[in-house]
Design a protein around this ligand. Structure first.
Ligand code: SAM
Length: 470
């Protein structure tokens, strides 16, 4: 039975409710009156239910789609302005005991070189990342209680936060590791992590079990209930996502929104972020073997519909996507992107030829962080390295409250300007610095409140100060 307030996976992600929603969406995808009502509700930017959003996703009328895209752009602008937050993944270890059929880390893959970074190697990786200009990382690891126990992850987080190289520092460590216990989530919380990210991969239990035939990840309920345990452990920023290509995208979209509704209903706060990964070619993995791949237009529609359904949730697109595709979805709702990413273990300090590296998947956007920053500025965005919300305890419901009231702009815009200034002074190429300084000048002109404070801080940054709380 469907119950968004239950802690049981099969009740808050009810298969029956998803099937009924899909039928409802099919029955109503040409119901212009209902669609107009949903669009009207969506224009208030307070979100939509999974049923309403599923109708919009199912609708293939060209005019309606144009309205959906326009609305997504408007909401993106109202909630996030022109800011785009930057981060990089840091792969700690690709040892894994699971049998996920889409992932090259699966246990039976005997040709991928297995690697786990020592604390000294993590230091080297972090220095390389700091030298690029990164301030925010997402650490990634396979699931292996012997090689990657929680103590290893905690030591690694401590190491990462401790490194201060030149003007660099990592100010927020997000964590993407396998589902774990409340006790371990408490430990991650105490270690000062930012967001705990865990992709559901698929919400369809039957497919989930086939796609995860062996290992602890096989347990659908344990995986699906992980965010509840994370929140019970004190982590109030969690990141959802499904791996598009594994199952029917409309099923996943509905499940994803039901998961968000569940978190909101039970904990009073929805997901902090939603990621939109698509399956990619990797060692031992051919994406064409999966039947549910989605084209770029469908991908864009999904992003737009998520943006409309959960306006206050950040949305992340990684370097799995090409520059062209990323540009398209940035305007439709994406608020965070990775840049200069390496998906191999140790790949920042020691880039290896593709054939003998330990990469998790092929990246499509291979540009350097500096190129990504310059590109963002040139196409009208303000790159941000801000981590102030985390640094000042604006997480969970405190963040959401400010975000929902559209006040987050007052914090984010000044911080984005100041952190971009740091980047330009410390890491940018001459070409990026030139376009960046011009952008900062324009941004300052349009800044309403806090202009004096920002100008004073920019002067301090120019004089070498780097410990302003971003
Ligand atoms: N072991 C952790 C877990 O079980 O969630 C961490 C996950 S892994 C390092 C991060 C994510 O990469 C996975 O959740 C999966 O969605 C994604 N991934 C795995 N194989 C992929 C592929 N071939 N293409 C694109 N993304 C992939």
């Amino acid at each position: 039975m469907y119950n968004p307030k239950s802690h049981k996976a099969e009740e808050f992600i009810s298969h029956q409710e998803i099937l009924e929603t899909l039928k409802y969406a099919d029955d109503n995808k040409n119901n212009r009156e209902l669609i107009e009502q949903i669009l009207q509700k969506a224009s208030k930017a307070k979100g939509l239910t999974h049923r309403e959003a599923s109708v919009l996703l199912a609708c293939d009328d060209k005019n309606v789609n144009e309205k959906i895209f326009a609305l997504a752009r408007q909401i993106k602008q109202d909630y996030y302005g022109n800011r785009i937050v930057l981060f990089a993944p840091l792969y700690l270890s690709n040892y894994c005991v699971n049998g996920c059929v889409y992932c090259p880390y699966h246990k039976k893959n005997s040709h991928i070189p297995r690697k786990k970074l020592s604390q000294e190697e993590i230091r080297q990786e972090v220095i390389a990342l700091q030298d690029m200009g990164h301030k925010r990382l997402a650490i990634e690891a396979g699931e292996d209680p012997v090689n990657n126990p929680i103590e290893y992850i905690l030591d690694s987080i401590k190491t990462i936060y401790s490194i201060k190289h030149k003007n660099g520092s990592i100010r927020r460590v997000n964590v993407n590791i396998a589902a774990t216990t409340v006790e371990n989530y408490k430990k991650l919380h105490d270690a000062g992590i930012g967001t705990y990210i865990l992709f559901q991969e698929t919400y369809n239990k039957e497919s989930y079990e086939k796609l995860h035939p062996t290992g602890p990840k096989h347990n659908y309920a344990y995986h699906t209930e992980a965010m509840d345990r994370a929140m019970q452990g004190g982590i109030d920023d969690v990141g959802l996502g499904v791996l598009y290509g594994l199952e029917s995208y409309r099923y996943e979209f509905t499940g994803l929104l039901m998961h968000a509704e569940h978190l909101e209903a039970v904990f009073g706060v929805g997901p902090h972020t939603i990621s939109v990964p698509r399956i990619k070619k990797a060692d031992d993995i051919d994406p064409d073997e999966f039947d549910n791949g989605i084209d770029d237009d469908t991908f864009a529609k999904i992003v737009a519909c998520i943006r409309i359904a959960v306006p206050y949730t950040g949305m992340i697109v990684s370097t799995r996507e090409s520059a062209e595709c990323r540009e398209k979805v940035l305007s439709l709702g994406i608020s965070q992107i990775s840049g200069g990413s390496k998906t191999s273990v140790g790949g920042y300090f020691n880039p290896m030829p593709e054939k003998d590296n330990s990469a998790q998947f092929d990246v499509s956007d291979r540009r350097s962080l500096d190129d990504v920053i310059k590109w963002l500025i040139e196409i009208g965005y303000l790159p941000s390295f801000c981590t102030a919300c985390y640094g000042s305890g604006r997480t969970g419901d405190r963040f959401m409250e400010i975000c929902k009231s559209q006040q987050i702009h007052n914090f984010c815009q000044p911080n984005a300007i100041m952190t971009l200034k740091e980047y330009l002074l410390d890491y940018a190429s001459d070409a990026t610095r030139a376009v960046g300084e011009k952008l900062i000048k324009n941004e300052l002109e349009s800044l309403t409140g806090l202009k004096d404070t920002v100008c004073k801080n920019l002067e301090k940054i120019e004089c070498g100060k780097r410990d302003i709380k971003f």
